[in-house]
Ligand binder design. Structure first.
Ligand SMILES: C=CC1=C(C)c2cc3[nH]c(cc4nc(cc5[nH]c(cc1n2)c(C)c5CCC(=O)O)C(CCC(=O)O)=C4C)c(C)c3C=C
Ligand code: FE2
Length: 400
């Protein structure tokens, strides 16, 4: 049993000895040749399908988000990178080692870096998107709706934490699995693309499973109460998935907006409960909207302060504008004044940024009292291709 590795568990031999012991740990899923939606905690989430996993699929606990810059401008070579990345992603999302594994020929570096050996798939999802600069560099036609985001008042964006030709969103229940995935994709990309910036996240601040307990953000409020459910196909089709209006490669895909939002935690912590609740228009403990008793009660907008965050961002205040939020909290230690470098790594998926993030952020940037306690310091937008079929690779139709 000493070599009951991630990889052996997936082989017949590994399963014969491993299945019984693994079942209780959520590893029994590995018996299936085709990954299926995680039915047990830690099970794999299907990589193939009509849509990329990691958008409407249940939100995992941890994030490693990476933005890559291309080092070449030949679309054929980038297609080859996507083919190699897809092959690695297919393996990692089912808990397998990359390529020939973490141990191979003695005199060559192994194909897999090895730190995820013995760990389950941990519901790893890998979601890829292409930014405006990707299309410029490769001289490929960009989708109409993929435009650099406008400047919003009070933005203080750091170019070193913004943009990027390709993004990879790795989500998993185990941070080591998410970090391993990004690290191995970066290793594969050597010579073709390199990491421009990356962000670790924990404590998801959204939910695509309304029946689950809503997580809390670092301000202590339940975050993600009113979000698009992963099972709400009508809402996903209307607000998240690109339809016939997009190029073929993007249909079933989505536009992703990322914002690194720093929180002035120490100032927030000196703010009265009443003011904190007024800012959101919801109670802190229950998460109920003002004028209602329970978290999931409908929001009586006229009972909320006119500039409450929830009122400003609510679809009824914005002609129906709706996004799917999938953000994570982050802390990157403390700054030189001893203040926690913390905040929200906000991620939003939408069918059209002009009918999603942009009008909401315009309203929030203009009036949200939360602005006194936050600052947007990083930003990016990417077009995420539709789902990957068996035998295909990320964005294949874009390159052919
Ligand atoms: C541009 C979009 C949004 C940004 C940026 C944003 C930042 C941000 N939000 C919170 C905390 C909460 N947001 C909540 C609701 C909410 N927020 C947005 C959009 C943005 N938020 C939307 C669309 C909604 C839902 C509105 C609705 O339909 O009712 C809530 C309430 C709970 C919930 O419904 O999720 C909280 C809390 C922070 C802390 C923050 C920046 C740091
Ligand atoms: Fe919000």
């Amino acid at each position: 049993m000493a070599d009951l590795s991630r990889r052996r568990l997936l082989t017949g031999a590994g399963l014969a000895v491993g299945a019984g012991a693994a079942a209780g740990a959520g590893l029994v899923r590995l018996a299936q040749p085709e990954p299926v939606q995680a039915a047990v905690p830690g099970g794999p989430i299907a990589f193939h399908g009509a849509h990329q996993a990691g958008i409407a699929t249940p939100v995992q606990d941890r994030l490693h988000f990476a933005s890559f810059d291309l080092g070449l401008d030949d679309p054929k070579k980038v297609a080859e990178l996507m083919r190699r990345w897809t092959a690695a992603a297919e393996r990692m999302t089912t808990g397998q080692e990359v390529g020939t594994g973490a141990t191979g020929a003695e005199l060559a570096p192994p194909d897999d870096t090895g730190e995820a050996l013995d760990l389950p798939a941990s519901r790893l999802t890998l979601t890829v998107g292409f930014g405006p600069t990707f299309f410029e560099k490769l001289k490929l036609p960009a989708p109409d709706r993929l435009k650099e985001l406008p400047h919003f008042p009070a933005d203080k964006l750091d170019p070193a934490r913004s943009g990027g030709d390709i993004c990879v969103q790795a989500c998993a229940d185990d941070p080591q699995v998410a970090v391993h995935a990004v690290r191995n994709l970066a290793r594969i990309a050597f010579g073709a693309a390199s990491v421009r910036w990356s962000q670790l996240g924990f404590g998801k601040t959204s939910s695509t499973t309304p029946e689950a307990q809503t997580p809390r953000n670092l301000m202590g409020f339940k975050d993600g109460t009113r979000n698009i459910a992963g099972s709400d196909r009508a809402a996903l089709d209307a607000h998240v998935w690109v339809g016939q209006e997009g190029p073929e490669w993007l249909r079933g895909g989505s536009y992703l907006v990322a914002r690194r939002i720093r929180m002035h935690i120490e100032t927030w912590d000196r703010t009265s409960l009443k003011e904190q609740e007024d800012i959101f228009g919801r109670t802190k403990r229950e998460g109920a909207p003002y004028g209602a008793a329970r978290e999931h009660d409908p929001v009586p907008l006229d009972k909320l302060p006119a500039d409450a965050h929830v009122r400003l961002a609510h679809p009824d205040s914005l002609g129906g504008v709706t996004i799917l939020r999938r953000g994570y909290s982050f802390t990157d230690g403390s700054d030189n004044l001893g203040r926690l470098e913390a905040g929200l790594f906000f991620l939003a998926y939408q069918r059209d940024p002009e009918k999603g993030f942009i009008p909401i952020q315009r309203a929030l940037a203009a009036r949200d009292p939360l602005n006194e306690y936050i600052q947007h310091v990083g930003s990016g937008i990417w077009a995420c291709p539709g789902g990957v079929r068996q035998g295909s690779f990320w964005g294949e139709a874009l390159f052919s």
